[in-house]
Design a protein around this ligand. Structure first.
Ligand code: MG
Ligand code: ZN
Length: 235
């Protein structure tokens, strides 16, 4: 009987219910992205790892690199409060919808579905979903994304992947950010790489910085787009 179930077990049941409802909305988002040939990325990290700055730079690079061929980017910004990041993205030249989660500490698939109604991303484009800065529960909520990206900066601890493994375990790509700061830090990059791969041996890793051209990151993005095109050829 439910009354005899201890608090911990009851909590697990509630959590499973929330997650299964989330999964059905995420499946609808995923179908939408697939039908529209949209690459949707779920970006996860701690606060302050440089997600928004990386997106600003990516938007400007796409615009400059090849006006005719570069896919367009639009952004869903998740933060507890403020519209600051959506404003920054618009100033960089892309469409953005801000989702404020209030007390919530992660984005859910239903929030993304509502944001997509406002954003109206074009077919064949990129939708960047910048999750709430939090390495814990965002990894539990499927948003229907094409791929997951976890960002960690070299101002954080090398052992973060071991402390918060789920975000790294569920991601397809890890961006090691703020790499330009390495000369000023006692940071063991090899140890970080080892910890990332210890948690997830299949993850791809690229290094990035807002002070350089992030060729590996851009190539990874374009590869996602090309992979989607190839998958759709048979449809
Ligand atoms: Mg941000
Ligand atoms: Zn949360």
């Amino acid at each position: 009987m439910a009354e005899q179930v201890d608090g911990g077990l009851l909590h697990v049941d509630v959590e499973l219910d929330v997650l299964s409802r989330n999964d059905s909305v995420a499946a609808r988002n995923r179908t939408f992205f697939r039908e529209q040939r949209i690459v949707a990325l779920n970006l996860m990290s701690s606060p302050g790892s440089g997600k928004t700055t990386l997106l600003e730079q990516t938007i400007r690079w796409f615009a400059a690199a090849n006006e005719a061929a570069a896919p367009s980017i639009s952004v869903i910004e998740g933060d507890q409060q403020t519209k600051n990041d959506a404003r920054r993205i618009r100033e960089a030249g892309a469409s953005a919808v801000q989702v404020n989660t209030g007390d919530g500490c992660h984005l859910e698939a239903s929030m993304v579905a509502r944001a997509l109604e406002l954003l109206k991303p074009p077919s064949g484009s990129f939708v960047m979903i910048e999750n709430v800065g939090n390495l814990v529960c965002p990894s539990m909520f499927d948003l229907g994304e094409t791929a997951r990206v976890v960002v960690i900066s070299v101002t954080e601890g090398e052992d973060k992947p071991l402390k918060y493994p789920n975000a790294f375990l569920s991601a397809d790509l890890c961006v090691i950010n703020k790499i330009d700061l390495l000369p000023y830090l006692d940071f063991d990059l090899a140890a970080l790489r080892g910890n990332i791969l210890a948690v997830n041996p299949d993850i791809e890793i690229v290094e990035a910085s807002c002070r350089q051209e992030n060729t590996s990151w851009m190539q990874w993005l374009l590869a996602q787009s090309q992979r989607l095109e190839a998958e759709n050829v048979g449809c």
